[in-house]
Design a protein around this ligand. Structure first.
Ligand code: ACO
Length: 338
């Protein structure tokens, strides 16, 4: 394969949400929690949960269709990279469902599963495939349905109040396509599997023998995500700050060069603390957590879509994005608005 070096650009951001809006007050009717606790500890005011018939892949397809509609006629998508921790099925992943539902030719469909860092992992992979000339236009999608996979009782309240469903997408190309484009200046990714069990969903999994799922596991709630919230919080603040500074320095920048910080949205307090450590002021941080909760791999493209709609970007801006999540995995990406 020829090794070229071409600059990747993210174009045509779009998003999709389910139709059911769930306020903190509504959550408090079936979980022992309150709007006050959730707002104060997380910044979340509401989130969207699916109704029957809406799935991770259907949300992904809705967002992706909107991204593709923004492209000029005749632009071919020649690969899909789909990030999710909540695929419709154990296998295959949602990439092939997206390919089929969009009626695309039999292009490759990658599935990325790096949780809250999933979109950044997808962008780094897509960026490398564009810059080396393997593909011209890659559909990148992050999509999640959390609401059907959480313990929505008081037992699971530390997790159930945090997550929402949704999808976001963009087209990564070797050129600017339409409207605002985001030149992918660079990415930096990390992982530390020693912390895998601090934020995970253990079952069902092939680790169990002879059967990976039993009635007992379901009864005991061992099929739901579990999290060491405080440890995750501390590591998120530390790693998102460090990786941001490292990526900026690699490209000859400091945090004073950043126009807008568009991070993953797990907890407003995490992002406020990271921004403070980076020396950014509140108005430089783009937040969507109040409206959607944590939509994991969908969060960053949803944020870009909203920021474009709200006119938050100006040509020439340097945009910093960072994420931290289960794995642990974390990373950052740097974009120049053109
Ligand atoms: N409503 C009311 N009370 C609650 C709730 C709730 N939903 N959840 C927990 N509590 C209680 C606890 O039981 C505890 O009570 P106690 O003091 O009587 O024991 C009290 O509130 C404090 O609990 P903490 O867990 O210490 O609260 P904290 O301030 O740490 O906030 C939170 C918890 C919001 C989960 C926070 O730790 C956090 O945001 N962690 C990081 C989450 C994250 O970044 N996840 C990564 C991405 S997810 C992914 O990758 C899939």
């Amino acid at each position: 394969m020829p090794v070229k070096s071409r600059t990747p650009y993210a174009n045509s951001f779009a998003m999709a949400l389910p139709d059911r809006e769930i306020s903190n007050d509504e959550l408090s009717t079936f979980i022992d929690t309150s709007d006050e606790w959730i707002s104060k500890r997380t910044g979340i005011k509401k989130r969207y949960w699916v109704s029957e018939g809406t799935t991770t892949s259907s949300l992904a397809v809705e967002a992706a269709s909107k991204s593709i509609d923004q492209l000029s006629n005749g632009t071919q998508i020649d690969a899909i990279i789909a990030a999710t921790l909540s695929p419709d099925y154990s296998f295959p992943g949602i990439g092939v469902q997206i390919q089929d539902a969009l009626g695309l030719p039999p292009v490759p469909a990658y599935d990325v599963r790096n949780q809250c860092s999933g979109f950044l992992y997808a962008m780094e992979m897509g960026g490398a495939l564009i810059s080396t000339g393997v593909y011209e236009n890659i559909l990148i999608v992050g999509a999640e349905v959390h609401s059907t996979g959480m313990d929505k009782t008081t037992r699971g309240r530390d997790i159930a109040v945090l997550f929402g469903d949704g999808a976001g997408s963009c087209i990564l190309s070797h050129g600017k396509r339409s409207g605002l484009s985001f030149e992918l200046v660079g990415t930096e990714l990390h992982s530390d599997g020693a912390y895998a069990k601090e934020l995970w969903c253990e079952h069902p999994g092939s680790v169990l023998f002879p059967d990976r799922l039993t009635e007992e596991l379901v009864r005991e709630g061992k099929v739901f995500p579990e999290m060491n919230g405080r440890l995750v919080f501390e590591n998120a603040v530390r790693h998102m700050t460090e990786v941001s500074l490292s990526l900026l320095a690699k490209h000859g920048y400091g945090s004073s060069d950043v126009s807008l910080f568009l991070p993953h949205q797990a907890n407003l307090r995490i992002n406020t603390m990271v921004a403070q450590k980076l020396g950014l002021n509140e108005s430089q941080v783009f937040s969507t957590i109040q409206d959607y909760g944590n939509t994991t791999a969908a969060t960053i493209p949803i944020g870009f879509t909203r920021a474009v709609e709200e006119g938050a970007f100006t040509s020439g801006d340097l945009v910093l994005s960072a994420a931290f999540g289960s794995g642990f995995t974390w990373g950052a990406a740097l974009y120049r608005v053109v």
